[in-house]
Structures are given as C-alpha cells and as structure tokens.
Design a protein around this ligand. Structure first.
Ligand code: PLP
Length: 484
C-alpha cells in the first residue's frame, strides 16, 4: 500500500443540510418591510416545504465539501471498460462555451446562423472521413438513440422494397443496448454465439441469416475488446440475403484513421461523440450519437439535413424517404462543437490516439496475464478482459478485487460485463494515461492478487479507506434511503 495513490488524509464529515440548519438562519437579507403583513402571508405561514434554515457559508461549504468527494477523470485514472472515460482537452470546452455558439438560438433563420450550420456541415464531413461512410446525421442524442435511428432506417429500407422482415441477428458480444434498440423498433433479436476466439464465425451467421432477417448489428471492436476479423465475410453473407449491416461504432477510439468501415461492408454505423470525441462520458449529461451511412442509405437519414449551395448553408426537409425527426432541432449542438474542435486540433493524430489506446490496453494485458486469468489470450483493441478464476480458490471474487482497488486510489474497472465472460474484469485505460499511471494500476492489481492469496478476508471487507465502506447493493437498489 506504500505507493498507493489513495489517501486517508483530511476527509471532512458532512451531515445533511437538515442537520446543519438552525431555525431562523438565512442566507440573504431583504430590506425591512414597510407595510403590514397581508392575509396571504399568514395563510402560507408554516405551510411551506420543510427547507432547512441556512446561512450562505453553510451552503457554500456543504456543496464545496461534497464536490471533493467526487471522483472523475480530472481527479485520477478511470479505467471503466466499455465507457472510454478518457481525459478531454479543456480547450474544447472553451470553444463550446464561446458566446456566439453557446447562445445561438436554434430558431435563428439560416442567414443569421451560417457559422453554426457550417460547423455542422463540416463535422459531418469529418466524421465521414473518419469512418469511411459518406453521409452523416448529427441528430441522435446518444449511442442508443443512434442505434434506434439505424433500426428505423433498416425498417424504411426494407419497406421501400415492400418487404417486412421481423428479425435482427445480434452477437453475444454486442453491447446490451443493441437488442434493446432493435426491440424498440419491433424487431425480434436473434442471439448469435461468438466462437472460442471471442469473435463471429461466418458459418454461424450463414446458418442463422434468412430472408425474414433485416440484418445484423455488430459491435466492432466488440465488447470483449476484440476486432471482428471476419466482418467482411459476415457482411457478404448478410448482404447476399438482402439484409443490412449495422456496426456499433461506440468504440471508434480503437480504430480511428486505421479502419474504413465502408470497406468492411458496413451500411449504417453510430459513433459516440461523448466517448471518443472530447465529451466526457458517464456524467449523465447530454451526449451525441451521430449515424454514418453509405450513399445508398442516405435518403433515409433524419431531417432536416444541412445543405451547402455556393458557400451558403441552409436546412432542407425535402427528403421524401427520410425516417423523420429524431431530436428537437439539430441534436445536442454543444457536443458537436467539442467534437469539431477536437478533430480540427488533432488532425491526422487521431490515428495516434487510437494507436495509444490499443497499445495501453495491450500493455496492461501483457503485464497482468498470469496474475489474473485472461480468457481470450490474443492481441486486444482498446480494452482487455480478465476474470477472477485464479482467485476463486481463496474465495475472492471480482467484486472484492474491484472494491479493494478503491483503497489503492483507483476507480474500479467495469465488472461482470461483458456477460459472456464469468466474473469479468474489463479494463479500458484509454489513450490519455501516461505509462506511469498504467504501471501504478497494474502494480495495485498485482498487490491485490497477492493479498487474495495471503489475506483474503481483508479483500472481502474492502474498501476500508473511503468514508463509505462496502454497501449492501441489493438493499440499496430495492429500498433506497434517500435521507442519509
Ligand atoms: C456506450 C456504448 C453504447 C451506448 O451509448 P449511450 O450513449 O450510453 O446510449 C452502445 N454501444 C457500445 C459499444 C457502447 O460502448
């Protein structure tokens, strides 16, 4: 524990505001009343909500102290697999808050919004360049909404051919939102098993693809952090039966500037700007899940589309085959600005970002294999998956290991996901962590593995350093106590 990042130092207690308040205290003062109380005042007296009476300093200290309990990418490494919790350059926040952009009203007529329309138009082109798919909509507000958009497009595509297909193939290594999005669109999702290498076998897909199947949704790289090496053959099989190929591109940070999705046979793909392109993920804030498609699919994209005519930009609804509107106005424009600024400032270095993301994950995989069980021992993309199999003999579980990492000052990785791996521990270091931090995380995990063998009971009690210890998560979920 000597070199752990975590600390047990000055951590202040923080009671609830109701416990701090004192009757009659106030955080403001109004001029003395120079009229009599009106009947309305007395009618309301004593009937208001039970707000605590607090001074300004009570309130400022309470919230400032609570803010120091937060953990985020600005505080330390956040190796949450599948989530891409990477550090994002602050300059992109600054560009998004420029008054001319942040205060642009979405109902401005196009002649007064040329700058914002140009940003959207150019960003679509940049994302087309990054993915290899030439037509893009920026409307969807999240990855999952991008998937829904894609499924609505699948439906419209088959409808144009007077076909009503009812099923979608979804590999067991797809992200969990994929079957949910397909179901929301009325499709029945058919699970496809991955092979022992953790990827799709063309023969398995060929056995399941038929003319009642609208297509396939492939997460690539998949949720095991592995590249779908057979995606071209899989796409050919699906296309031969008249189906479409959807790629979940939320993990684009592993393949930017390296993989052309159109060359792989992908027809429709979504990106998560709030993972790969400089918006923090996981805060529950607004997101953006642009959908990129081939020229053949372009007529189905949501309206309005941003059009350029002789250096003038405007919006067009004139798309008879469009699936309609997906989001109010044009999507979450603030997120689009961050992506635009990020891509412009990175340029060709986007490829380097992906290379570093992949290198970091493989470095962690190589240093930890043997210490933790590695179910798929082959080069990975941006994340790697271990299990608690070696620790089971000491009755130490993935949950214990994750909780103990908190004592070492790390946010735990993703655990028990992907579902195809029992006791999964999924680490995504991202491209923004220096080697020293990767080494600290690996050293902590090695030290925890040693503790598992020597003092397993210590792990079962972890975490012991933070203010909040091991929670009863089932009771917390079923009977939340919101009053503290
Ligand atoms: C995060 C993620 C999603 C879902 O994105 P949201 O914006 O949270 O809806 C979908 N697929 C993959 C592979 C992801 O990593």
């Amino acid at each position: 524990m000597k070199n752990a990042v975590g600390t047990t130092g000055l951590i202040l207690n923080e009671p609830l505001l109701w416990k701090i308040g004192k009757k009659g205290r106030s955080g403001f003062s109004l001029p003395r009343r120079d009229i009599d109380l009106s009947p309305l005042d007395s009618a309301l007296e004593g009937q208001g909500p039970d707000f605590p009476d607090l001074s300004e300093v009570d309130v400022v200290r309470h919230y400032t102290r609570l803010s120091t309990w937060n953990f985020g990418v600005d505080t330390g490494m956040y190796p949450l697999g599948s989530c891409t919790m990477k550090y994002n350059p602050k300059t992109n926040e600054r560009q998004a808050s420029l008054p001319g952009l942040a205060q642009a009203h979405p109902l401005l007529p196009p002649q007064l919004a040329q700058g914002t329309l140009k940003i959207m138009y150019d960003l679509e082109r940049y994302l087309a360049e990054v993915t290899g798919l030439p037509a893009v909509t920026l409307q969807p507000a999240a990855g999952a909404q991008g998937e829904l958009t894609g499924m609505l497009i699948f439906y419209a595509f088959h409808k144009r051919k007077h076909q009503k297909r009812s099923k979608i193939l979804i590999p067991d290594t797809a992200h969990g939102t994929n079957p949910a999005s397909a179901a929301l669109c009325g499709y029945k999702s058919i699970p496809v098993n991955s092979n022992k290498e953790g990827i799709l076998d063309p023969e398995t897909v060929a056995g399941q693809m038929d003319e009642d199947t609208a297509g396939i949704m492939i997460t690539n790289p998949n949720t095991l952090g592995l590249f779908e090496d057979n995606i071209r053959q899989v796409a050919a099989i699906v296309h031969a039966k008249g189906g479409l190929v959807y790629a979940d591109g939320a993990n684009m940070n592993a393949v930017m500037g390296i993989v052309n999705m159109a060359d792989l046979g992908v027809d429709v793909l979504h990106l998560n700007l709030h993972k790969t392109f400089s918006t923090p993920h996981g805060g529950g804030g607004p997101g953006s899940g642009p959908v990129c498609v081939t020229r053949e699919i372009e007529p189905f994209l949501p309206v309005p589309r941003v059009i350029r005519h002789e250096d003038q930009y405007r919006l067009s609804d004139d798309r008879p085959e469009s699936i309609g509107k997906i989001h109010a106005f044009y999507g979450n424009f603030g997120i689009q600005i961050r992506a635009y600024a990020y891509i412009l400032s990175m340029g060709a270095d986007l490829k380097k970002a992906s290379q570093f993301a992949v290198l970091s994950a493989n470095y962690i995989k190589e240093r930890l294999k043997g210490v933790y069980h590695l179910p798929y021992d082959k080069p990975c993309m941006h994340e790697c998956v271990f299990t608690d199999k070696h620790q089971q003999q000491y009755k130490v579980t993935t949950l214990d290991i994750a909780k103990r990492l908190i004592d070492y000052g790390f946010h735990p990785p993703t655990i028990y996901f992907p579902l195809v791996v029992q006791g999964a521990i999924m680490v995504e270091p991202t491209e923004t962590e220096p080697k020293e931090n990767l080494d600290q995380l690996v050293d902590a995990l090695i030290s925890i593995a040693a503790e598992a063998a020597e003092k397993p009971e210590r792990l079962r009690k972890a975490p012991v350093n933070p203010k909040v210890r091991r929670l009863d998560e089932t009771t917390a979920a079923r009977k939340p106590c919101l009053a503290g």
